[in-house]
Design a protein around this ligand. Structure first.
Ligand code: PLP
Length: 368
């Protein structure tokens, strides 16, 4: 054709080559390939150690014979169930292939090249990635005492800012911003901005100061809440997340959504899981008790940790976290090392079943 082949630098969209692919917590499959079979305890990805809701499994089995048929793209049953659960009209709900994917929808619906998105650091890394994919700029504001510094975040807002991300409870610290602080923040947000309130862990927050966020949506504020079926419902492998927000904002997300983002098994499983109050209650209780157990044991060992409102605890192991990860792996326990968030001696450890937590503490004592 007479045209010279393009270098990858010319083929890729601007900025894409500066991104690095997301590195998740090590999966059991991955450590088994590297270190062989053993009884692994995975405390690296904030999954539900009780497993999926049994009612979800039954519903998924029933749905298997329909897999030759396309699912319904907008997930009407699940949308209705979520609308009822949270007392919002179902037009204010959009469902997609994991909350991660909802974040991509938000970025592609709202961020123009050259605009800004303000977020904390460290926080969930996907906010920064989806922002950069759109050619927009993440503006990162350091946490203050391990908590979102909302006044400083507001100070970073200018005419180019479009999105604000607040992860509440925050991943990886497990800290929350209080209702009072968030109310104040929301009332001061200029009206050209959208607040994305990521509540992936909201079920585990038991502080009376925790803001549920739904009132902002009911009042018509420019707010989008994110929730997921990956944590309390134990369906991380199924990939379902949702956004609840002002109707005009949700409408934009529907326009950029792919045609069939959630498969039939996902929709059936999520509807059943949502109804399974027993499993959710047990999961929350396991986490609340597990957190207390970990605090007690860490106190005995004299290790610093942040009291958590989520299903994980961010703790200072006082040794290089890469080394800590390797030492714990050798004992069959997988954790998330803190160096990835700029805390070289910290680790983020998911609260598991009582036996998982005991095993973690036992091998931690041994390896320290
Ligand atoms: C786990 C997590 C998500 C992702 O949820 P998926 O529905 O599994 O994509 C989103 N936000 C935060 C803060 C998380 O920790």
């Amino acid at each position: 054709m007479g045209r010279k082949s393009l270098k990858i630098e010319q083929l890729a969209r601007k900025g894409i080559l500066d991104l690095v692919a997301y590195v998740p917590g090590k999966s059991i499959e991955e450590v088994e390939r590297e270190l062989g079979k053993k009884k692994w305890v995975k405390l690296a990805s904030n999954e539900n150690a009780l497993g999926p809701s049994p009612r979800a499994i039954t519903a998924i089995r029933k749905e298997l014979s329909n897999l030759h048929l396309y699912p319904e793209g907008p997930c009407p049953d699940l949308k209705r169930a979520l609308g009822q659960r949270f007392s919002v009209s179902e037009e204010k709900v959009v469902i997609s292939n994991g909350a991660d994917n909802v974040l991509s929808l938000i970025a592609s619906a709202f961020l123009n090249e050259g605009e800004d998105a303000v977020m904390a650091t460290p926080t969930f890394s996907v906010y920064s990635t989806v922002t950069r994919i759109m050619g927009a700029k993440p503006i990162e504001v350091n946490l203050k005492e391990f908590t979102h510094d909302l006044p400083s975040m507001l100070n970073k807002v200018n005419h180019k800012t479009k999105l604000l991300f607040v992860c509440n409870p925050n991943n990886p610290t497990g800290t929350i911003v209080t209702k009072k602080a968030l109310d104040e923040f929301v009332s001061r947000i200029p009206d050209w901005l959208i607040l994305v309130l990521d509540q992936a862990y909201w079920d585990f927050a038991d502080s009376p100061d925790y803001p549920e966020g739904l009132d902002y949506v009911r009042e018509g504020r420019p707010v989008i809440l994110l929730r997921t079926f990956s944590k309390v419902f134990g369906l991380a492998g199924l990939r379902i997340g949702c956004a609840i927000g002002r109707q005009d904002l949700i409408d934009c997300l529907c326009r950029v959504r792919e045609p069939f983002p959630v498969h039939r098994l996902g929709q059936a499983g999520a509807v059943a899981a949502l109804k399974d109050k027993v499993h959710a209650r047990k999961s929350i209780q396991m986490v609340v008790e597990g957190r207390r157990y970990l605090y007690r044991e860490l106190d005995k060992m004299g290790l610093f940790y942040l009291p958590s409102q989520a299903n994980f605890v961010f703790m200072d192991l006082r040794k290089d976290s890469k080394k800590a990860l390797q030492d714990l792996l050798a004992e069959g326990v997988i954790i998330r090392p803190g160096y990835i968030w700029g805390y070289p001696t910290f680790a983020r450890v998911t609260v598991g079943r009582p036996e998982d937590n005991r095993r973690f503490i036992k091998v931690l004592r041994k390896t320290l």
